[in-house]
Design a protein around this ligand. Sequence first.
Ligand SMILES: O=C(O)CCC(=O)C(=O)O
Length: 290
Amino acid sequence: MNNIDQIRHIKVERRASVSEQEFISGYKDTATPVVISSLTNDWPAVDKWNIDYLKQVAGDNVVPVYSSQPARDKQHQHAAARHLRLSDYLDLLQAGENDLRLFFYNVLENVPSMLKDFQYPKLGLKFFKRLPVLFMGGRGARVQMHYDIDLADLVLCHFGGPKRVLLISPEQSKYMYRVPYSFSALHQVDFENPDFKRYPALKNLQAYWADLQHGDALYIPSGYWHYVIYDDIGFSITLRAFPTKLKHRLTLLKNVFLTRSVEGVMRKLLGQKWNDYNERRAVERTHKQL
Ligand SMILES: O=C(O)CCC(=O)C(=O)O
C-alpha cells in the first residue's frame, strides 16, 4: 500500500460544472468538498498564469516566502523564512526549490493588474473581494496541516503542475493533534506516512483527497483542515466567503483578536517553553479523546 493511502479517505467528487442551486444544496449546505473542473475555463488565468507572466506583472515585488519548519523560540508563529524579489523566487522554483512557498499573498493589494485574470464564480457564496490570495510552491513543497482562522468557505483555483490536497472535516478536530493557540496540527505528525503507534488518534480519521490539475477549482468548506502537496510548480488563487452563521462569526472574532494575541504575547514571554508546553498539550488533549 502507498503510504499516502494509510489515512482512511475517499476521493473528492469531480464535477465538470455545477449550478448555483446544486452547489448550495449538494456541497455548501452539507459541507462536502468538490472539485469543479470547468469553473475557470473562461478565465484569462488559464492561459496566462505561468512563470514568465508572473515575472512580467510582479517580478520586482519583494515577497515573503515560508518554509515548512515550525516557528522556534520567540519567532512569530507565521514568520517568513526570507524576503526576496518574486522573479528571484520563481528562478529558485525552476532550479528545483522544493520547500519555500509563497503563502496568502493578497493580489488586490500587491498585483491589482491580475484581478482581470479571474472572476468570482456564481456559486451562491458571498465572496469577500478584498482578499483574493495567491499561493505558489515548487515540486515537493508541502503546506502543513491547518485550517483557516477566519472559518471562510474557500474556493481554491489551481494552475500549473498537479497538486494534492488532504481534507478533514472540523468535526474530527479532536483527532487532529491540534496545537493549542494555533490553527495547525502538531508539526511532527506526518499525514502522508502516519505513525499510528505514536499518534493513534489518526486511525479514527475519515478524510478526503483531492487531485488538482491545471484549471481545477476545489471547494473547501468552512473550518476544514487541509494539507497540500505540490507535485510540480504551481500557482493557486483562493477566493473566500466569510461565515454567515453567528456562532462561526463569533469564533472568527475570537480566533483573530483573542487566541492569536494571547499566543503572540505568551511566545514573546516564554519562548521555546511555550512551544514545548503546547506541543505536549496537543498530544495529551488528543489522547484523552481515545
Ligand atoms: O495551496 C496552498 O499552497 C495553500 C492553500 C491554502 O492553505 C488555502 O487556500 O487556505
